[in-house]
Design a protein. Sequence first.
Length: 119
Amino acid sequence: MSSPTPTGGSTTTKILAYLFLASALVAFPVAGYFLGGFIGAHMAYSDVMQGYSYAGLFQTYYNSTHISQYNQIAQIASAMGITLGSTDTTTLEIVGLGMGLILDLGVAIVGINEIKKLD
């Protein structure tokens, strides 16, 4: 008796493998982008709050000393907090997207090798 020869996968299995690979290649970067945005939004909150707290602190200094530089710093501090917060969010979104694209390389290699095994 001879051993059976492997016949490969069915057409349906190949189609499902291609669909899974395509969806994974899209989903990982998108998920990384949104995860980076989620983490960045939480970091941005603390930056914005620190900016407003420093603005309030320097406004108090200005009210007690009437030195105009403290008033200028108070006006700049809140804007700096908002700027730092939006920068955190954007940076982490791009980092998440990049990590998703790097993860795609491994998924693509494994997926293509598995699809080749079905032939």
